[in-house]
Ligand binder design. Structure first.
Ligand SMILES: [Zn+2]
Length: 53
């Protein structure tokens, strides 16, 4: 089951919805629902940028 890391809502299916975001943090796959992803997109992208550089 796929659950949002922030609000804990479950995805409607076993597959990751297109509107959800999947990130890889410290070797752990983390999922964010569409709402949380939108609220945290800057934080998520900021972390990715730091990882790349
Ligand atoms: Zn959420």
């Amino acid at each position: 089951m796929i659950e949002c890391e922030l609000c804990g809502v479950s995805a409607p299916s076993d597959e990751l919805p297109l509107t959800w975001v999947m990130t890889l943090e410290r070797g752990l796959i983390t999922h964010y629902c569409d709402r949380c992803a939108r609220d945290n997109v800057r934080n998520i992208e900021g972390r990715l940028d730091r990882t790349y550089w």
